[in-house]
Structures are given as structure tokens and as C-alpha cells.
Design a protein around this ligand. Structure first.
Ligand SMILES: NC(=O)c1ccc[n+]([C@@H]2O[C@H](COP(=O)([O-])OP(=O)(O)OC[C@H]3O[C@@H](n4cnc5c(N)ncnc54)[C@H](O)[C@@H]3O)[C@@H](O)[C@H]2O)c1
Length: 351
């Protein structure tokens, strides 16, 4: 049955209040609830709702709490520390909280050392990589964040899911304009995008995914249990492998086929890097050189006469501006399911 997704819009303040109350009722601590809220709202502000990065995050988060994969309010502990590095054990706590704490630590360290890299083990889904990269940009630094994820992709040439979508966020600060944020999975698509196409009765590009038998297909029904295809063919597959070497293998977390496999021990690993431009040149000089580079990119001749050249994150920045004015869309199916969950858990449903 074709179901064209419909939305209702809410102000940021209304959504924040709901998400905060909802997560507190599920066991979040007062001192960390806003780490979760900020990450969820950031995704809802910038990405297309019903594809996985909007308020639907709460559905997955709730399910994983119930299954025992996420333990809200747990104490996270630093296992190792050097001047420019640290290793955080998230102890199965929220990925949003763990990655926020780890990036805060990276920023703090990079102020002294110029660069810092904090790894996280035993964590969970952390949402959008760009959010954590942008935390560093907000502090005047270049931020890099990446994570491993469930085995939704086969290594190049194979048909066994081993690698993850393993998204990267790289954010660059600007004083007088929006921070430039590249935020992307290493796969062409994701399960959320395929599910949405299925709901809406649309076919998907042949480059997005293959069936579990390793056959190309544009029919989302055949791809719901299929395998994602990498960006840039074997190059994306290689990037995903290397991402997991650092976020999974080196952090001491799970990796490859084992991430997200045991519902009570999801074992996600993250990498959070902060790089202080002032370790290399005066921030003003960096700013001015960056502006020149941006001008070159913006002035590149478009292939289409009315085409526009966009910076990484520019589309999402515009979406965010529009949503600050018009409200943040939440799809009706997600609202309905959240309503049910609120009833089930005795939480007031205020949307
Ligand atoms: N935590 C996880 O396990 C997980 C897994 C996959 C994705 N994600 C998140 O999902 C979100 C969506 O990822 P995605 O890969 O679908 O994003 P996407 O493909 O929509 O965009 C990727 C990047 O390309 C840029 N871009 C898009 N169109 C452009 C254009 N015309 N010109 C220039 N730049 C352009 C965007 O600004 C963005 O930085 C991200 O926040 C990502 O971190 C999370």
C-alpha cells in the first residue's frame, strides 16, 4: 500500500520540551538529558524526517533501552588518558551522551596540545556525525567525528554484511557565516531511505543497494533486507573498513559483523577529533584563506546555467533556517508511535 508521508510542524521549543520529558521518564539523568536532547533536535532540524535522523530516533532509542542495549543514566569511565588522547568506556550508555562527552574532552585537550583524539567503546547509536564535529567548530576548531555501525554493507565484491554505513562528520568554523559541515554515510543510502521509498511506492536508484543474494535492484521491497552499496565503489568500502579499524578495533569496541548484533550488548565505537587551527597559523589568517577557498568553489562555473554550487552542509543549513521559522516537521507515523509509547510508559504526550 502506498503511503505518502505526511508531517506536522512544531517549534524547536515545543519539541525540545517533549523530548526532554520523554527521556527523563525513560531514565535519563538530569545532568545528561540535554546531551541527548541536543543531538536529537540537531538531527530533526537538518535532515529529512522519516528517514531516520528526525524524532524517529526516539523510537529506536526506546526500543534499545527496553531490550537492554542502552542503559540510560549509567556512569561512563575514562580507561586511558594521555595529553592528546583518551579512551572512554560508555558502559552501554547513550551514544549521544558518550560522543558529546568525548568531543568535549577532545576540545579541552586540543586547546593545550593542538590536536586531540578521543575514542569511545561500548557505546550505542550516536545519530549524526556532523553534530559532534560541529561542537569543535563552535569552539573555533576543526572537528572530525566518525563511528562504526551495524553490518549493513558487504566488503567490495562480497555479499555478506560485514561493514557499516560508518558516517563521517568534518566541520570547519567560520566567524561570519555558517560552519561548513560535511556529514555523510559511507554508503549511497541507508535502511531509513529505502524504507521511506517503500512506504511511498517509489523505486530507488540502482546504485543504492543490492539484494541479500548480491543482485542489483531498484525495487525497495527487494532491498529492505538487502545490503547497502558503498560510495565510490571499492573506495567507500575501504573507507568504511578503515573507519572501523579506528572506531571499533582500536577503541576495544565491537567491530565488523558483531556491532549491533547482540541486542543487549551493541558495542558501538566512536572517534572524536578536535584540531586547533591556531597550532598552525593565526586564526584570522586561516579565516581569510578559507574565505578565498570558499570563493573559488562558489565561483566555479555551474554545468547547468541556473545551477548553484553548494558547500558541504549548505543545504542542511538552509533547511535549519527554514525550520526555525516554519517549525520542524515530524511525520505522522512517528507521532502515532510516540503517542503509543507515551501511553505504554505513562509519559504525558504533549505533541
Ligand atoms: N550514526 C549512524 O550510524 C549513521 C549512519 C548513517 C548516516 N548517519 C547520519 O545520517 C545523516 C545523513 O547522511 P547522508 O549520507 O544520507 O547525507 P547526504 O547524502 O544527504 O549528504 C551528505 C553530505 O553531502 C552534502 N551535499 C548534499 N548535496 C550536496 C550538493 N548538491 N552539493 C554539495 N554538497 C552536498 C551535504 O551537505 C552533506 O554534508 C548524517 O547526519 C549522518 O551522520 C548516521
Amino acid at each position: 500500500m502506498v503511503d505518502i508521508v505526511q508531517f506536522k510542524r512544531y517549534s524547536e521549543a515545543v519539541l525540545r520540551k517533549f523530548v526532554r520529558e520523554y527521556l527523563l521518564a525513560l531514565g535519563d539523568r538530569f545532568d545528561e538529558v540535554d546531551f541527548n536532547v541536543n543531538a536529537v533536535i540537531y538531527g530533526a532540524m537538518r535532515w529529512i524526517p522519516a528517514q531516520g535522523q528526525g524524532l524517529e530516533k526516539l523510537l529506536r532509542h526506546t526500543r534499545q533501552i527496553k531490550e537492554g542495549g542502552i542503559k540510560p543514566g549509567v556512569t561512563m569511565t575514562y580507561l586511558k588518558e594521555r595529553p592528546a588522547t583518551a579512551l572512554l568506556d560508555a558502559n552501554k550508555g547513550s551514544g549521544f551522551v558518550a560522543a558529546t562527552m568525548a568531543m568535549q574532552k577532545s576540545i579541552e585537550k586540543a586547546k593545550r596540545t593542538g590536536i586531540a583524539c578521543v575514542l569511545v567503546r561500548n557505546s550505542n547509536h550516536y545519530g549524526t556525525s556532523g553534530y559532534y564535529a560541529n561542537m569543535a567548530a563552535e569552539a573555533g576548531m576543526i572537528g572530525i567525528a566518525f563511528t562504526n555501525a551495524g553490518p549493513e554493507m558487504a566488503p567490495w565484491g562480497a555479499k555478506t554484511g560485514v561493514l557499516g554505513t560508518n558516517p563521517w562528520g568534518i566541520a570547519v568554523p567560520r566567524k561570519n557565516d555558517f560552519n561548513i559541515i560535511l556529514d555523510m554515510a559511507l554508503t549511497m543510502s541507508g535502511q531509513g531511505m529505502i524504507r521511506l521509498a517503500y512506504r511511498e511506492g517509489r523505486s530507488v536508484p540502482i546504485t543504492w543497494a543490492m539484494t541479500k543474494e548480491g543482485k542489483p535492484s531498484t525495487d525497495p521491497a527487494e532491498l529492505l533486507d538487502g545490503l547497502q552499496l558503498p560510495i565510490g565503489e571499492f573506495k567507500g568500502s575501504g573507507l568504511s573498513f578503515m573507519t572501523d579499524v579506528i572506531s571499533g578495533v582500536l577503541s576495544g569496541s565491537k567491530f565488523g559483523r558483531d556491532t549491533f548484533t547482540d541486542l543487549q550488548d551493541l558495542g558501538v565505537g566512536h572517534t572524536l577529533i578536535a584540531l586547533d587551527p591556531s597550532a598552525y597559523m593565526e586564526p584570522a589568517e586561516f579565516e581569510s584563506r578559507l574565505a578565498q577557498f570558499v570563493d573559488q568553489v562558489k565561483q566555479a562555473q555551474p554545468i547547468q546555467p541556473d545551477g548553484e554550487i553548494l558547500l558541504p552542509g549548505e543545504l542542511e543549513h538552509r533547511r535549519m533556517q527554514e525550520r526555525l521559522e516554519q517549525g520542524i516537521p515530524v511525520d505522522l507515523e512517528t507521532l502515532e508511535r510516540l503517542h503509543e509509547l507515551c501511553i505504554e510508559n505513562g509519559i504525558p504526550f504533549s505533541l
